[in-house]
Ligand binder design. Structure first.
Ligand SMILES: C[S@@+](CC[C@H](N)C(=O)[O-])C[C@H]1O[C@@H](n2cnc3c(N)ncnc32)[C@H](O)[C@@H]1O
Length: 234
């Protein structure tokens, strides 16, 4: 199943973004489990780093990707120049024919979305309200399908949403994670599945601690906790 991943990663890696190789592989594998004609929805595409991996895998199985991103303004995400980079990066990677861009807020698009989806990837706005709304896109997925979530157990908003909707909810089963990229299945969780969510919380506490240390400019202390980067853990 990893055949072709290296090539996809070589196309995605030069694109600026927040997805590691292991996370790219998790996306690749999930997309490769799809069938011809299936649809992936990606919420939060930025410059296309994850879109390129999803689209490369989608092409191998005959699936397609809908990329949802309003290209929000600001220092972090860059506004409309980011959209131009996204489009140029997809063209350069040769995957633009597999991807449909909807430049819209996921929360505005969701109520009028009516197409079935076979894989959902959530990496948009990370506050509790937007993330839990993004989980509601799963109404378009059949039972048993996968939902992947970036910054799970590293962002406070996403983790609180996961505690509310996955740990205490009845719709989503936590499967595993590649650092902060968690994989859920649309299926009622058992008590054991819920305990596996609880088992991630010490790692979440560690990530919050690292973020505080970085804000206090104590990166040498963060390094002692295994975080050797100026960026927040993801
Ligand atoms: C962390 S970045 C995505 C990174 C991307 N997945 C990658 O691998 O490089 C978050 C993106 O979410 C977008 N965003 C913010 N609010 C959003 C929303 N409500 N719906 C969809 N995208 C949103 C931002 O414009 C930004 O491009």
């Amino acid at each position: 199943m990893t055949d072709g991943f290296e090539e996809a990663w070589s196309l995605a890696e030069p694109v600026k973004g927040w997805m590691t190789r292991d996370q790219g592989l998790a996306l690749w594998n999930a997309a490769c489990r799809l069938d011809k004609g299936d649809l992936i929805v990606e919420i939060g595409s930025h410059q296309g780093r994850s879109t390129i991996v999803l689209a490369s895998a989608a092409r191998t199985v005959g699936a397609r990707v809908v990329a949802v991103d309003p290209f929000v303004d600001g220092r972090l995400f860059g506004g409309s120049p980011t959209r131009q980079r996204f489009e140029a990066n997809l063209r350069k990677a040769g995957v633009e024919d597999v991807v449909e861009l909807v430049a819209e807020y996921s929360t505005k698009l969701r109520p009028r979305w009516d197409r079935p989806i076979q894989l959902l990837y959530i990496d948009g706005k990370h506050d509790y309200w937007t993330y839990t709304d993004d989980l509601r896109w799963s109404a378009n997925l059949d039972d048993g399908r996968e939902i992947l979530v970036h910054d799970c157990f590293s962002s406070i908003g996403v983790t609180l949403g996961t505690i509310a909707k996955v740990l205490f909810g009845r719709r989503y089963t936590y499967l595993d994670r590649a650092t902060s990229l968690a994989r859920f299945r649309l299926a009622p969780p058992s008590a054991k599945d819920r305990l596996r969510v609880v088992a991630q919380l010490p790692w979440f506490a560690r990530n919050v601690g690292i973020k505080i240390l970085l804000r206090l400019r104590l990166s040498p202390v963060a390094k002692a906790f295994g975080h050797d980067s100026p960026y927040d853990p993801y």
